[in-house]
Design a protein around this ligand. Structure first.
Ligand code: NAD
Ligand code: TYD
Length: 344
């Protein structure tokens, strides 16, 4: 493994993964291939471009553009593809699923076809716990559980997982899949709940908690997730799926309380608002399979939240221009006419 194509590498998890790869594997060359949608930003990779001018390259392109993907793979002698590229936000998928089907499903197909055409390149797919759908009672999703996605986003990601598996069975493509729990940390676009709430709170704006706020999520630190992906890429069994998360869930209200506590801001900023359509109440994964491979998270969800809050406090240069731009239109669309709940 030497020349790695990281699609979606200018996004949140992708840029953290690229940083991790270049620092950890001194012989690797990394080519980021990214369309630079609203979520992809070259600032996310500025330090990497400066620190590794000979081992890092950037190509702007769409994963649905087969010719451009092939030209990049050929031109950079790529031997491994790691696919982070996706439309990634559930609320946007509820407003308009179109781009989700194109990028997450068709785009994955284009990458798989390219991997096959160039002699069965090593292929790794970044997936999510959302493909398992809402999890009842005490159950924790295992990798072998059926996929029951319930949002357009989750359905597009589940479709991609099925395609990746099919390419392994049909064409013996050497694939692996990781399904990550909610990631938090540096460079996450402020539409996702933790950066949205931190930046709202820093501006003394209300924190729009959907419904009763008792939904459960496993908030993991993005760098822990990246280490897990690296491990599966190198030591995972071909054809297998691995869940990655801390295995500890908390309610959204608990997450908000830790966040406000770290900021020293009052609980009165919490505002319960009309719930998300089809909101999955609980995700919970069994992570024993990746633990058996030798991975452990180095942050609890609480440590991950506190560390993330501090990054946003210290890096206003990154998020203030985002919030001042097109983001405002999105915010009005999702939150502008949302009903405020007096009794959640
Ligand atoms: P993100 O939205 O921050 O970044 C997505 C990146 O993909 C952006 O750089 C964007 O420009 C790029 N992109 C979008 N469409 C593209 C296209 N057609 N062609 C090329 N590039 C395109 O997302 P993220 O949070 O970093 O998530 C990365 C991956 O991890 C996604 O596949 C997502 O489903 C998965 N995932 C995310 C989480 C999470 O909590 N954020 C958890 C588990 C899995
Ligand atoms: P999000 O970060 O969108 O991730 P996902 O839906 O993919 O898990 O949301 C995390 C949780 O926070 C989820 O239960 C929805 C909730 N949430 C709010 O309560 N208010 C918000 O404004 C947002 C964006 C999310």
């Amino acid at each position: 493994m030497h020349n790695i194509l990281v699609t979606g590498g200018a996004g949140f998890i992708g840029c953290n993964f690229v940083r991790h790869l270049l620092h950890t594997h001194p012989s690797y060359r990394v080519v980021v291939y990214d369309k630079l949608t609203y979520a992809g930003r070259l600032e996310n990779l500025q330090d990497v471009a400066e620190a590794f001018p000979h081992r890092y390259a950037f190509v702007q392109g769409d994963i649905c553009d087969r010719e451009k993907v092939e030209e990049t793979v050929r031109g950079h002698d790529i031997d491994t593809i790691v696919n982070f590229a996706a439309e990634s936000h559930v609320d946007r998928s509820i407003l308009d699923p179109d781009a989700f089907i194109r990028t997450d499903v068709y785009g994955t197909y284009v990458l798989l076809e390219t991997a096959r055409k160039f002699g069965n390149l090593r292929y790794h797919q970044i997936s999510t716990d959302e493909v398992y759908g809402h999890i009842e009672g005490e159950h924790r999703s295992k990798e072998t559980d059926p996929l029951r996605p319930r949002s357009p986003y989750a359905a597009s990601k589940a479709s991609a997982d099925h395609l990746v598996h099919a390419y392994h069975i049909t064409y013996e493509l050497p694939v692996t899949i990781t399904r990550g729990a909610n990631n938090i940390g540096p460079y996450q676009y402020p539409e996702k709940v933790v950066p949205l709430f931190v930046t709202n709170a820093l501006n003394d704006m209300p924190l729009p908690v959907y419904g009763d706020g008792r939904q459960m999520r496993d908030y993991q630190y993005v760098v822990d997730h990246c280490q897990g992906i690296d491990l599966v890429l190198h030591r995972g069994q071909i054809g297998e799926v691995y869940n990655i998360g801390t295995g500890q869930e908390m309610t959204n209200l608990e997450m908000v309380e830790i966040l406000l506590d770290e900021l020293g801001k009052p609980r009165s900023l919490i505002q319960h608002v009309e719930d998300r359509l089809g909101h999955d109440r609980r995700y919970s994964m069994d992570v024993s399979k990746i633990q058996a491979l030798g991975w452990q998270p180095t942050h609890t969800p609480e440590q991950a939240i506190r560390r993330t809050v501090r990054w946003y406090v210290e890096n206003r240069w990154w998020w203030e221009p985002i919030r001042a731009g097109k983001f405002q239109e999105y915010y009005r669309q999702v939150y502008g006419s949302r009903r405020i709940l007096r009794e959640p």
